[in-house]
Design a binder for this molecule. Structure first.
Ligand code: P1T
Length: 403
């Protein structure tokens, strides 16, 4: 995390070895005949066997690939996990985790989730006979009151997409395990990455990642991952990866592995830029509210400081206007691009209600507060001065729609 001298500048004490592990874990040149310093891209789909009754670690690309193994070893180390499994996308990894549920099981989901994740549990999991409840898991008592005899999983994001609600993972874990040790606690850690939060160290059984976002950070790979330290869960999830077969390509694994090498310095810059942009927006007359866990005004700022190494680069703001003002603001931006996704080096801006959360039923969006004037910003690595100038000029254009 940031190397500020003032203890108030950053959150939990930074993990001193993260950068070294990101560069070296899973990358040993000794594992390759060539001695390559950077893991090569193994595109082979199948591997020669010495005997019909025995094969080496690698025998078929869907079951295992050396480039994918290098990546999975690195991510497991970054998340301080025993295991990592990668999938073709973030939602594919979520589908893999949901594959642990059987007909008649009950899953408790946080109420504020990425639209696709909400839709997966509300439609696909439900159609597979899984009972789903969505509750506000920022209040631990809500969770305690939601348990049923058939509860098998609790699934949350922290912070959540797009309202940046923060989960007290240790308290949720304690409540879950005191209810029943067998309930699987899953935390989607996409917005923070292992650099800023390690859910497994706080009691989660599985962490889920859309690697597409910050961990790749270059908006050119779609991929997902899970991490766990539970041997039984790993065996089941590895079976799902192998047999349901939703695996990433060797080339994408090479790109993702390469991105991890700069994850820490990119996150520090995302935090530095987002803090400056959030502070500018917080005082702007056309901005009703700024949600950024790095600002003391965030309702769960103290919790974020207690659990996180830093507040990441995502900001959600409420403009003092309606849909027309939001559209005018978003279309006036020049440095921020109007696009879904997040976590890349380029700054992105979007309107959750009609874009990433369009799929969420209107009454649920209303209950959550995903309104026409809610804008989500993914603050990139450009000059903070340019980013602030961009939102300032776009707000001036949108001022004509001020109500
Ligand atoms: C595309 C977007 N989100 C994807 C996402 C996913 C799905 O990841 P994919 O790699 O897009 O399949 C899972 N979890 C979170 C918290 C996410 O934000 C978005 O919010 O713009």
């Amino acid at each position: 995390a940031q190397n500020g001298n003032n203890p108030d500048e950053f959150f939990l004490h930074p993990d001193q070895s993260f950068e070294t592990r990101a560069i070296h874990e899973g990358q040993s040149p000794d594992q390759w005949k060539s001695g390559a310093i950077v893991p090569p891209i193994h595109t082979g789909s199948t591997f020669k066997q010495a005997d019909p009754e025995e094969h080496s670690e690698y025998f078929y690309g869907r079951i295992g690939n050396p480039t994918r193994s290098a990546l999975e070893t690195c991510i497991a180390s970054l998340d301080k996990a025993k295991y990592c499994l990668t999938f073709a996308s973030g939602l594919a990894s979520i589908a893999g985790v949901a594959g642990l549920l059987k007909t008649g099981d009950h899953v408790i989901c946080g109420d504020d989730l990425y639209g696709g994740t909400h839709s997966y549990f509300k439609n696909i999991a439900k159609d597979n006979g899984v009972e789903v409840d969505f509750i506000d898991t920022t209040v631990v008592e809500n969770l305690e009151n939601a348990f049923k005899p058939n509860t098998k999983m609790v699934y949350v994001e922290s912070p959540t997409n797009p309202l940046l609600k923060i989960m007290d993972i240790p308290r949720l874990a304690a409540a879950i395990k005191s209810e029943c040790q067998d309930i699987i606690f899953v935390v989607d850690n996409t917005f923070l990455t292992p650099y800023l939060q390690n859910p497994l160290l706080m009691g989660a059984d599985i962490a889920v990642y859309s690697l597409t976002k910050y961990m790749n950070g270059h908006s050119d790979v779609i991929m997902g991952a899970i991490t766990t330290s539970d041997d039984e869960l790993y065996k089941k999830l590895a079976y799902i990866q192998h047999i349901a077969g939703s695996i990433p390509s060797p080339f994408d694994c090479y790109l993702m592995n390469r991105s991890l090498k700069t994850l820490s310095i990119r996150m520090d810059k995302h935090i530095e830029n987002a803090t400056k942009v959030a502070k500018f927006l917080e005082q702007h007359p056309l901005v009703e509210k700024v949600l950024y866990p790095g600002l003391e005004s965030h309702p769960q700022y103290k919790l974020a400081k207690r659990l996180w190494h830093g507040p990441s680069g995502m900001i959600s703001i409420f403009l003092k206007g309606d849909l027309e003002m939001s559209k005018a603001f978003l279309k006036a931006l020049k440095v921020f691009a109007l696009a879904v996704s997040l976590g890349g080096f380029e700054s992105l801006a979007e309107l959750p209600t009609t874009m990433t959360h369009e799929i969420v039923p209107a009454e649920i969006k209303k209950d959550l507060g995903i309104t026409d004037n809610l804008i989500r910003l993914s603050v990139g690595l450009e000059s903070a001065t340019d980013l602030i100038k961009d939102v300032d000029q776009a707000l001036k254009v949108a001022a004509n729609f001020y109500i």
